[in-house]
Design a protein around this ligand. Structure first.
Ligand code: XMP
Length: 333
């Protein structure tokens, strides 16, 4: 039997009852697969790896070792949230690695988008690998693979090249000789979310919008600097806060800020004030292959603009990106 093929008879998980049944089955499967051995998981804080972590904590408790690598390109509060939920609330065996300086050091002066992606992806695997090497007796590697990942990799193999070299936090280093544990690999995203809620994960974590593996690294456009990255993170937090307050967070698939490496002349406190522009992008899509622009009421745009330009050091303008995909990709880099 091809274990990477979803059986035609498999029922879609749409309710808590179905999710509970799935969870019970997977707990039994995982226990049978790993016995009393240890399992390693790269916990990015994204929906898929978080659901896998919560499921494995239920199945094997402290035999699961989670590693959260903060590459310094997370959104505001995200790494702290991973620690709060998994270490403090779920009592997970969690190793937290703050590798900010390492990543930002390597990225210094690098402006080419593909080079940035390769550095972030490659370094991520290195850091993860180093942490794994410090641990003893790990025989399994858990991954938050979901069914679209399997379908996409089949398609990519058949049809050649992707547009961007996507990096997924937790990519499997080729020389790691560990058996895989992939309890949600036959599920679609909406089903993973139902399972996540049934496992008791916070709603905000389960419904977290998609966030690229290279994180804010592909939104701090051009060569990354700490001050511009900080401004981007703060502006993005304001956008997310306002989208939460007005309800757009529930209807818009992905919304974020990018900050380019350019300054314009502005005025603040009656003085010349040179600053970067913050670019808002809000899109809807079903498969991320094409995307449409989501309307944002002007009243909300004014509020966001006002907050960003007064609260964030270094930003003096706010722009709105109205480009669908194609011709723009969702991310700017
Ligand atoms: P693009 O920019 O290619 O993005 O239109 C499509 C979707 O993919 C996300 N994205 C990534 N996701 N690793 C990921 O896991 C990556 O390297 C990556 N790059 C882009 C992007 O945010 C959008 O949702």
């Amino acid at each position: 039997m091809d274990t990477n093929k979803r059986p035609d008879t498999m029922e879609r998980i749409t309710t808590k009852e179905l999710a509970d049944k799935f969870i019970a089955e997977q707990i039994a499967n995982v226990k049978a697969q790993v016995g009393d051995k240890k399992v390693l998981l790269a916990l990015s804080g994204g929906v898929d790896s978080s659901v896998v972590a919560a499921l494995l904590i239920k199945a094997i408790g402290k035999q699961l070792v989670c590693v959260h690598v903060n590459h310094g390109l997370m959104r505001k509060g995200e790494s702290e949230n991973v620690i709060e939920v998994f270490r403090n609330q779920l009592d997970a065996n969690l190793i937290y690695v703050d590798a900010t300086d390492r990543f930002l050091g390597l990225l210094e002066g690098v402006s080419d988008p593909e080079s940035k992606r390769k550095i972030i992806g490659g370094e991520f695997i290195k850091v993860f690998d180093e942490e794994a090497a410090k641990l003893e007796g790990i025989e399994f590697l858990a991954q938050g693979t979901i069914y679209p990942d399997i379908l996409e990799s089949i398609k990519a193999k058949e049809s050649g090249k992707p547009v961007k070299s996507h990096h997924n936090v937790g990519g499997l280093p080729e020389d790691m000789k560990m058996e895989l544990v992939e309890p949600v690999k036959l599920l679609f995203k909406d089903e993973v979310r139902v399972v996540g809620e049934a496992l008791g994960l916070p709603h905000a974590m389960v419904y977290r919008q998609p966030f690229p593996g290279p994180g804010l690294g592909v939104r701090c456009l051009g060569a990354i600097t700490r001050d511009r990255l900080h401004a981007l993170r703060e502006a993005d937090a304001i956008l997310r806060d306002e989208f939460d307050k007005c309800g757009l967070a529930k209807t818009v698939w992905q919304y974020f800020i990018s900050v380019p490496d350019m300054k314009s002349v502005g005025v603040r406190d009656e003085k010349r004030y040179e600053g970067w522009p913050a670019i808002i992008r809000a899109v809807n899509t079903t498969d991320a292959m094409t995307a449409t622009i989501e309307e944002i009421p002007y009243e909300i745009l004014h509020k966001i603009t006002n907050r960003i330009t007064t609260e964030v050091e270094g930003i003096n303008r706010v722009l709105l990106d109205l480009t669908p995909k194609p011709t723009g990709t969702i991310e700017w880099e």
